[in-house]
Design a protein around this ligand. Structure first.
Ligand SMILES: [Zn+2]
Length: 234
């Protein structure tokens, strides 16, 4: 007896890799890459190209998992307890306190919404940039305005910009942003852009403002063994 078909299909490494690739609205800029991006117009009524997210890191939730929480001075009513804690720790003069303060102090990301070249069909991506990298985009915008040319996030005449990353560690990583001469109207680049456009950045970036009590609890869970939080906040 021959010819019985054996079950299964030819193994494909690329299909397997694709299946497990995380489809995310966020686009991480990988080490040592140049990334051509075409920004979409602002979703912020002020016209700012950036959505600011300011988070405190190195906290632990009730289950003991690492978590980050939005800074209340930026996203809440003010009086952020973790800004107060970091301030007091920085001022103590103790080396360990200072190290802890550096870990917990609020850290800013400026999000842009952009299409990434060769990934258009994935829809717009949110790219989180450090303040200095975001500044470089601002510089390009200022320059474009000065010479009377369209903004990189102009829907009709926006230019592509290249966000380049060199290095992979926290200490050696450098980002540079360059304007290119390549110009595309969003309508011709990807007609779906109007429907794909992310209007609600708070929701898209999963920004969930917590109560001051929850933030203090998360700090205690993570660092309560090292410092007396109640004393710091007193
Ligand atoms: Zn804060």
């Amino acid at each position: 007896m021959s010819g019985a078909q054996r079950p299964g299909y030819k193994p494909s490494a690329s299909a397997s890799a694709k299946a497990t690739e995380r489809q995310s609205i966020f686009f991480d800029i990988k080490p040592d890459t140049k990334n051509m991006v075409r920004m979409l117009p602002p979703s912020d009524p002020t016209g700012s190209a950036f959505f600011l997210k300011s988070d405190h890191y190195k906290l632990k939730d009730a289950e003991g998992n690492n978590t980050a929480m939005p800074c209340l001075n930026i996203h809440g009513e003010g009086d952020c307890p973790l800004c107060k804690v970091t301030e007091v720790l920085f001022a103590s003069g103790d080396k360990e306190d200072e190290a802890l303060a550096k870990n917990v102090k609020a850290s800013q990301r400026h999000y842009i919404q952009a299409y990434v070249m060769n990934r258009l069909e994935e829809g717009p991506k949110l790219i989180g940039l450090s303040p200095t990298t975001a500044d470089q985009i601002s510089d390009i915008m200022v320059q474009q305005e000065e010479i009377g040319e369209p903004m990189p996030n102009d829907p009709d005449k926006g230019i592509w910009i290249s966000i380049n990353r060199v290095g992979s560690t926290q200490f050696n990583t450098r980002y540079t942003v360059q304007a290119s001469s390549k110009m595309d109207s969003l309508d011709s680049l990807r007609k779906e852009w109007v429907d794909e456009f992310v209007t609600d950045m708070v929701k898209a970036t999963r920004l969930k403002v917590q109560t001051p009590e929850a933030m203090i609890a998360a700090f205690k869970k993570a660092h309560g063994g090292k410092v007396d939080v109640d004393k710091l906040l007193a």
